[in-house]
Structures are given as C-alpha cells and as structure tokens.
Design a protein around this ligand. Sequence first.
Ligand code: VG1
Ligand code: CO
Length: 544
Amino acid sequence: MTVRTELTQPYSDQKPGTSGLRKQVPIFQKIHYLENFIQSIFDSLEGCQGQTLVVGGDGRYFNRPAIQTILKMAAANGIGRVLVGQSGILSTPAVSCIIRKYKAFGGIVLSASHNPGGPQGDFGVKYNIGNGGPAPEKVTDAIYDRSKVIDQYQILDNEDIDLDQLGTVQLGSMTVEVVDSVADYTELMESLFDFGKIKQLLSSGKFRMCMDSMHAVTGPYAHEMFEGRLGAPAGTVINGKPLEDFGGGHPDPNLVYAHELVEIAFGDDAVDFGAASDGDGDRNMILGKKFFVTPSDSLAVMAANAHLIPGYKDGLAGVARSMPTSQAVDRVAEKLGLDCYETPTGWKFFGNLLDADKATLCGEESFGTSSNHIREKDGLWAVLFWLNIVAERQQSVEEIVTDHWKTYGQNYYSRHDYEGVASDKANTLMDNLRSALPSMPGKKLKSYTVEYADDFSYTDPVDGSTSAKQGIRIGFTDGSRIVFRLSGTGTQGATVRVYIESYEADASKHGVDPQEALGELVAIANQVAQIRSLTGMDKPTVIT
Ligand code: VG1
Ligand code: CO
C-alpha cells in the first residue's frame, strides 16, 4: 500500500455556504473535485496527524464512493483513526454526538440536507470541529483559500473497505472502525428524556403518532427509538428506509414536501401527533391533530416547558435564535429572566454560545431546534422533546400551543421563498434594498411606520469575530418585521427568502391563517423590494 501524490488544478467554486459545500452530483464527480476539497480540509487543519475523525453521511447517491475516497485520503494524510457509520450512514446530529463522545478531532459530514438526491440531485461535504459543530467561518475561509491554490493531493492506493461490516480494519497505518449508526445517539437521547413516560403514552393505544423519515437518514434511528424502545406500534414510522434518491422526493420537512404526513395528520382519521425530519436528520416538523406548529413557536414552547424534561430540569442558561426566526422565544426569555441571543442564519453561529454555556436551547425558523447536548440541530431530539412535554402535560399539541399564545401572545410568522431566481436579479434586489435603507426610518408604508432598517451584522460575544451583511431587516413601530436574505444552501441560481412577522397580544385574534394575518406586510415586502418586477414571479415558489 503506497501513498500516491496526484497533481491537480484548483476549482474556483469551492466556497462553503451556510452549511458546507453543496453542489449537484455531476459537479462533485468532476475530475479531482471531491479530492481537491478534502485535501483543502486536511491542509487547513493543524495538528490532525494521528488524531481521530468521524465520517458519515445521509446515505444519498455518491455517499459510499465519497466515503471510500475520504478514507484513503485520510490515511494518506496521517489521520490515526476514523470512526465511520455502518453502510456510511450517520445523521448529522449523530456525527456531532460521536465526535463529542469519543473526543474526536473533528468530522466530515456528507449531505446536502433537504436538497433532493440521486445522480442528478445534490451532494455536500461539511467539516465539523472538535466540539461537534460546523466549522466556524475562520476555518471554512481557510479551506476555501486553500482550494483556490491547491496543486496536489495525497491518497492511499488501496482497495475499498467493507462499510457494511461492523468492526475494525487497517488502512495503511490508519485504523477504520465501522460503528453502529444509531447506538451512541440513542443512548444520548435516553439520558435526556423520560423514556418511561413517553413509552406509556405511545403504547397506551390512546395516542397515535406518525413519524415520516422521508426515505432519508432518520429511518433506522426512528425505527429503533419509537417502535423499538418506546413501544409505538409497527408502522408508526413511515418512509423509514433510507434511499439514495429519497424515493424521488424532496426530503424537506414542511407542509409542502412532507405531504404524505400532512394527509395523515390532517385527514379524516388524523393521528394525534405527526413529525418529519429532513435528509440528514437535523430538521424537524411537529404537527398535532390537524394542527401545524410553526418552527419559531416550537422553539418558544420548548423554552417555556424545558423544566418538565429531565435533561433540562435545572433550567436554561439562555436561549438563542437566528435573526430571521420569530421573536416568540424572546418573550419566553424575558418572562423567565433568560438571556436571549440573536445570531446570523446557520448553526455554526450557535457553537460559541453553547460552548461558553451562554445558551442551552437554540433554534431557527427553518425547522431546526437543538440544545447543548450536541453542536448541531437535531430533528429526532425535537420530536422526543415534544413527546415528553405532551406526556407530562397530558394535553394535545394544539392545546399546548394555544395556551402558550394566551400567556405570551402570538407571533404570526411566515417565510416566502422565491427559488430559481437569476443571480444578477437577486443581487440587484438586495442591492436596491441596501441603498434604500438610510431613507426608510420614519417612512409610512400602508398602515405601518418604519422604526429601523439595517443590514444585520453580528459580533460574536465570545470570540469577538464579526459577520456582516447577514440580512436586510425592516422593523416597524408595532414590533412587526420583514427580513430579506439570499439562501446560502442552494445549487441552482439564487433563492430570495422573505421572512414576515407580526405580534398579536389579543387572544381573540389568535389562530388566524398567518397568510391572512400577515397580508398587509406581505404586500409591503413586495412593494419595497420590487419582487414581482425583478424576479418575474407573481408568487413565492414555497411558503412555510
Ligand atoms: C438554510 C436555512 C438555515 C439552515 C441551513 C442549513 O440556509 O435557512 O436556517 O441553517 O439551511 O440547514 P439558507 O442559507 O439556504 O437560508 V440544513 O438542514 O440544510 O443543514
Ligand atoms: Co439538514
């Protein structure tokens, strides 16, 4: 077995986005494309020689060959040991869990999350650091800088290893341990939640749930957890077999793409509780019987009820949300006397707050919530959190949420996505907004008055690093907001995201359709950003 040095030429488009490098599969299959990026990671890591890495992915097309390449390159680059999930499968939260549990140096997650998979679908590579979380910007910037000048990479000439067989094999001087994909993660969940109580609920015969794994990575985890340990009847988990193309679906847990679950939770014989997770298992959607929980509300309800959960019974250090996420959790924090942090979009910005114990719970409007148990968002954790709340309170999901609104008021919230917009048009839209910002404060737009208008800039309270241009915010005197930003996870053209929020304290006005409640603000968003004329679209492609 010899280490081979391959000469290569740099690609100019390997800048990681909101969550790693995401490209269409044929791009990753271009000569040396994957290898260049992986070598750029190794070249940017100081002190990784002899250390342990964790490697796994969501099982999508190209997962297996990519893992074989990464293992041979890790061995050639002097990595001491790699823990790889059986059959190449590890959910994003499981990678984070395993990095932390075994004190690994870092990990490589192979996923394009909620983007479709298959030979013409998307693939992605993300590097996570030793705390188990996505690499911060200074690391991803270093990787990108390296990728622009890379001229060679190292790889071991060796046969592929058997990823399906649990156990240890040698790859040159590096040890590869093929580990059980679900065991460590399941053990962590059992340490946080009252499995006994949840089991009573799920096996009582009086409470029916449906978990839609969308043919993505959480299938094996969900089968083991809900039908295995928690006594839910077989069939509780649907679409539980991970497929390379997710069965042709779009593994994004929202009301549009998780339509099978939506029919089960909103149909004539509706279940009491529905949940879905995304391609790599870090997102979640929570449904009650004919009731949708807005992700921003989900975070707020979790914060308000955390004391009911064994893992959080001693209280929270603080909470954090991404800037576009609704301010529902801020109201809970205020009442409970907790610090509340506002970060840019992307889980990497929560890492320092969690490490410094400034925040315990974090969340994003994009169906992502998690806590300090790992350093990624965590789909099944959120499902268990909700089940534990339901088991404790013995109330329905709808009752829990409407009670919450009575106490804290309701933050009406919606996100409108305009996908597949030409990049120059999307940039013009943002530039126009930016230049209009100084003239906005004090302006009257329909019945609203602008209080502030800015481009969000974040200074990390722990390491002092700043991240500018993180989204345009227009805030109104009554607390309503409109936020505009461009997606950093897409692979074709640009996606304009518009986030709209208003606050309603009066309980008699709660529970209205958000599109109706937010109608005037939506019209204002269209007007100030000239969305129709610039994108040529008269309505969003996805509304969540
Ligand atoms: C989107 C979401 C963001 C999330 C990111 C990664 O990013 O808005 O909240 O953290 O996806 O999630 P963007 O830049 O497209 O808006 V995942 O589950 O794709 O890793
Ligand atoms: Co994801």
